[in-house]
Design a protein around this ligand. Structure first.
Ligand SMILES: [Cu+2]
Length: 107
C-alpha cells in the first residue's frame, strides 16, 4: 500500500462523538468527508429519556440518510453508516425531540 492510498483510506472513515444531555446535543454541527464511513458514538446522559441521532437530506426530515437506534439514558450506542457522496449541508436530529437538531455537513 502506498502512503497516498493509506491517506485516502484514512480520510474515508471518521468517528463522531456526540453527547445528549439536558435535552440537547453538545454540538449543532457534524462535519464529515463525502462518502466517508461514519462511526457515530451517541452518549445519552439523560436519565429515562430516549434519544437517537438520525440524518436526513434536509430539515423536513422527509428523506432519511440514516436512522439511529433509540437508547434510553444513561446509555451509549455506536453505529456506522455511509455519508452521502454529494457534498452539501444536510440535517440531523433526535427523532423523539426534533428541536434537538443541527447541520450535517458533507464536504
Ligand atoms: Cu431526544
Amino acid at each position: 500500500m502506498t502512503p497516498d492510498t493509506a491517506a485516502a483510506q484514512a480520510a474515508r472513515s471518521v468517528t463522531i462523538n456526540i453527547v445528549a444531555v439536558d435535552m440537547a446535543f453538545d454540538t449543532d454541527t457534524i462535519t464529515v468527508p463525502a462518502g466517508a464511513e461514519v462511526t457515530i458514538n451517541l452518549d445519552n446522559q439523560d436519565d429515562s429519556v430516549p434519544h437517537n441521532v438520525s440524518f436526513y437530506t434536509d430539515s423536513s426530515a422527509a428523506r432519511a440518510i440514516f436512522i439511529g437506534d433509540l437508547i434510553t439514558g444513561p446509555d451509549k450506542v455506536t453505529q456506522t453508516f455511509t455519508a452521502p457522496a454529494e457534498p452539501g449541508t444536510y440535517f440531523f436530529q433526535c427523532d423523539v425531540h426534533p428541536f434537538m437538531s443541527g447541520a450535517f455537513i458533507v464536504e
